[in-house]
Design a protein around this ligand. Sequence first.
Ligand code: ASP
Ligand code: MG
Length: 403
Amino acid sequence: MLKVLKFGGTSVGTLERIQNVAKIIKNIRDDGHDIIAVVSAMSGETNKLIEYANTFSSNPSNKEMDMLLSSGERVTSALLSIALNEDGYKTTSMSGREVGIFTTNEHTNARIESIDTSNMQESIAQGNIIIVAGFQGVSVNTSRVTTLGRGGSDLSAVAIAGAIAADICEIYTDVDGIYTTDPRIEPKAKKMDKISYDEMLELASLGAKVLQNRSVEMAKKLNVNLVSRSSFTPEVEGTLITKEENIMEAPIVSGIALDKNQIRVGLYKVSDKPGIAASIFQTLANSNINVDMIVQTIAVDGKADLDFTISTGDLEKTQKAMETFKDDVEKIDYNEAVCKVSIVGVGMKSHTGVASKAFLAMANENINIRIISTSEIKISMIIDEKYAELAVRSLHDVYELDK
Ligand code: ASP
Ligand code: MG
């Protein structure tokens, strides 16, 4: 098999841990597989470099930042290659340029345009294990080094796996997979064996520290089988993230996600006239504010209430944007003490009674649901933040996710 392995910052955080990663790679190699290993910078390294730059300038050039930040990953790739070499394994480290990752010119947040795999193919054919410096590419236009945005080495790994048609892309972090919910909230949470791309994207909050969302989207697009597993317990099989068709018996509900990073914006008595919603949400979009849930009540006397949620970081921008609508609205309030709990599962497409079960669970705990929204594979509820953990535990319980 051709395996792409990706080791995150914590997995290569010390020299000892780099040695541990070398051991994992050796074992996989001894089993007869071809390997492309993509590495992050040692943990904390990227932040340290940003701090260094900020001591000289509060607004350093993005082009220089890419030159600076891409160095972190290069250090790890070279060290890992040296460690493996020392033990008699044939290896070569490669920068983004050598790997053939061509990107747009948006420094510090470049998008991958294409990957020329010929260099990698040749090197594998010569018997090398390739150790790739993640998170970086080269601008098609200028040939300057670019980086792919924070957490971008996941993206490097998935894109390479897709381009070279690897059999699997294993993402190693310090957790051993994706759980049915956050084990710190519900100790009975279980590691899932398999989950679909769409479920993983909806459960982003559970995977946030494990997998960069952009990389899951790319895995879906390129049909890359992803595995989330731990470099600290490599003997434990992780969670496979794959296409829905590959999951034989999907549970009705796969997991419960919690997002505390929500603010509910209530617009009371909005004039009920054509175009008002369009102009409100256009204004928000123009200010780059991401709106999550939206509900409008039935109009009474030519006025309707409009509620939507935004993420915590966007509060000030939203308040400013809403000034425009002072005269169209009787009152605007911002409730920060809310959270969103979501029940996710592809199986709910073909089952009835999934939503009522959730609402009953909330009723039994005396939790008031403020906003509900549903999609084919998700039911989300906005509730008071003080009930967040209780809600997660009771939902985990009613859908028997601990079984
Ligand atoms: N080192 C980069 C970061 O910290 C990329 C990565 O680790 O994926 O964002
Ligand atoms: Mg990362």
